[in-house]
Ligand binder design. Sequence first.
Ligand code: SF4
Ligand code: SF4
Length: 436
Amino acid sequence: MSVDILNQVGQNLSNLSHVDGTSELEKEAIKLLLLYVQNLQSPDQKKHISGDVLINEARQFLEALSNREYESSELQILHKAARKEIGTLRRKVMAERLQKAKLQQTNSVLRQAYILSTEMRDEHLSAINDLASAKELFITSVTMVEIEVFSYCNRVCWFCPNATHDRRSSNHHMKHDTYIKILEDLRSCNYNKRISFSRYNEPLADKSILDRLSEAREYIPNATLHINTNGDYLNRDYLFDLYNAGLRALNIQIYLNNEEKYEHERVRQKLERKIRELGLEFSGVKDIPDTWIEVTARYHDMKIRMYGRNFDKNGCDRGGTVEVESKAPRTSPCRSPFYHMYIDYNGAVMPCCNVRSDIPEHSQCKVGLMSNETSLFEIYAGEKASSWRRAMIGFRDKKGVCKNCNFKEFTDTPETRAAQNRILKIATDLERVPST
Ligand code: SF4
Ligand code: SF4
């Protein structure tokens, strides 16, 4: 319905409410319809009244109107006009309901479109030299900082770069100064999101993790301290110590032997043994044959997830260092360098969990080096990190280590593409301009 017609209807209704002899009820109906017409003219205003409310109330008034003998031709006209308006409104409400139902079906697509349109912003794409602005960007973007406080892992799982890049023969600890500098930076912005003590080490292999956790709790008491572990070292006593040191979220991954492929029932048995060993009450969450099995539990207020997954189906090629069946050319945007930061044991800052500084083919991926002279914020907002983010925008071929990466892909739909269009254009323009 055009705005002109609405204006005309609104004016007519307004005039009718002043006709002598109009009953109070009829005046109410007229006012209501007037409100409806005004509402249609400004659907985006905050005072928008739900179509459902209007339609129900208008119906009641109309029923009252239609049971009357009309005393004036004006009221007969009103009745006719009102019926037409209500019919239009009803159709509009039905269309909205259908749209809502459709939205629920495609909820995940819309969620993806929402992420792609809100979490990738213009300021992520160019270097920011001013520290305060860099810090602001970090605070409003980063939800997890992953820190590798030492390098050692006891395993060489076939789906991990550790199978071919040594992490067993020695253990290199992150310099304590570097670690404290990270915590100081995070304290300076009252960081209250997640710190994950993970990467390519086994965090529970060295009890120094307890000291690192205690320090993190002291510097950033509002952050959630998290660990990913293979569970080999974990028992009830260790869990108690980890909790007391400040750990509040724990993922226990159930792996078979280093070279073994996923077998659902064997993974289930191993998971059940670990549950008994830890003596916790777990509840079932997910059981997808040949793909994934998962349970959750609580230890006081610590959240625990325990799961096994089939890496051939849902694993990642780790920047081209691992052969998994699921690998395929990537065109999807990647959100990782926007909302997470990864810091290797040697202080190198990496854009995602799949690349690491001690693999020669990945060394060019480094976006910065933590030291007393630089801050997390400057690295996050620096040219190297923003250049990575530019390369991650849009549904288009990804290159280098990202070429065959299937890590957290977005589905290519009209909605997700539309959500990327504007920022993709900015990124493409910026890529054409050589950085200074
Ligand atoms: S997957 Fe985990 S446990 Fe296995 S080798 Fe890699 S870091 Fe170690
Ligand atoms: S596409 Fe994969 S390798 Fe590339 S940044 Fe994203 S997660 Fe890392």
